[in-house]
Design a protein around this ligand. Structure first.
Ligand code: VGL
Ligand code: ZN
Length: 191
């Protein structure tokens, strides 16, 4: 059985010195690299999502949105973290690339659902940035679509606009069926 690792938005703008810095965002890179290595070695699927906005995206402050401009497509800030392993088998999924529409989930208008169904994926493993936005929404959509969904709790960090946002996000994901897991558990879960 094939499994899919979904690495959410580990892009320069969400890491140290980036336009929308997630506290300790860089810390997901090392654990994610370990997951990536295992998924690659075991011939499972690896998906990298990326926030991929036009320069005048609706989520930006100048248009009344909550965020400073970030992850503008084809700019340095939108690139994946330079230390993130990028295996040749990785599939890149771009999201939130429509000017007037926000999309926090990797499943929103990306074809990711169709891709995973076509590949007969039953289990997905989600980590990356940010716990309280794109990780949360990607996990909740995966659950709605009936994937067995694991949350990689050692490879996520949140924005925490309010101090407990990530904690609440994790609680919500768990309550809706996400299974928290850590790297030490991964090999036996891949089956
Ligand atoms: C994200 C805020 C704005 C995320 C994207 O990837 O979690 N957060 N755009
Ligand atoms: Zn964004």
């Amino acid at each position: 059985m094939k499994n899919a690792l979904i690495v959410v938005d580990v892009q320069r703008d969400f890491c140290k010195g980036g336009a929308l810095e997630v506290p300790e965002g860089d810390k997901v890179v090392e654990p994610l690299n370990k997951y990536i290595e295992v998924f690659e070695a075991t011939k499972n699927i690896i998906v990298f999502t990326r926030d991929w906005h036009p320069s005048d995206h609706i989520s930006f402050k100048e248009r009344g949105g909550p965020w400073p401009p970030h992850c503008i497509k084809n700019t340095l800030g939108a690139e994946f973290h330079p230390k993130l392993n990028f295996p040749s088998i990785a599939i890149v999924v771009s999201k939130a690339n429509e000017r007037d529409k926000e999309a926090y989930s990797g499943f929103e208008n990306t074809g990711l659902q169709e891709l995973l169904k076509e590949l007969k994926i039953e289990k997905v493993f989600v980590g990356g940035l940010a716990t309280d936005y794109c990780v949360k929404n990607t996990v909740l959509d995966a659950l709605k679509l009936n994937f067995k969904t694991y949350l990689l709790v050692d490879a996520i960090r949140g924005v925490n606009v309010n101090p407990k946002d990530s904690e609440f996000a994790i609680d919500e994901m768990k309550k809706k069926g996400a299974i928290p897991t850590v790297f030490e558990e991964i090999r036996k879960l891949l089956g």
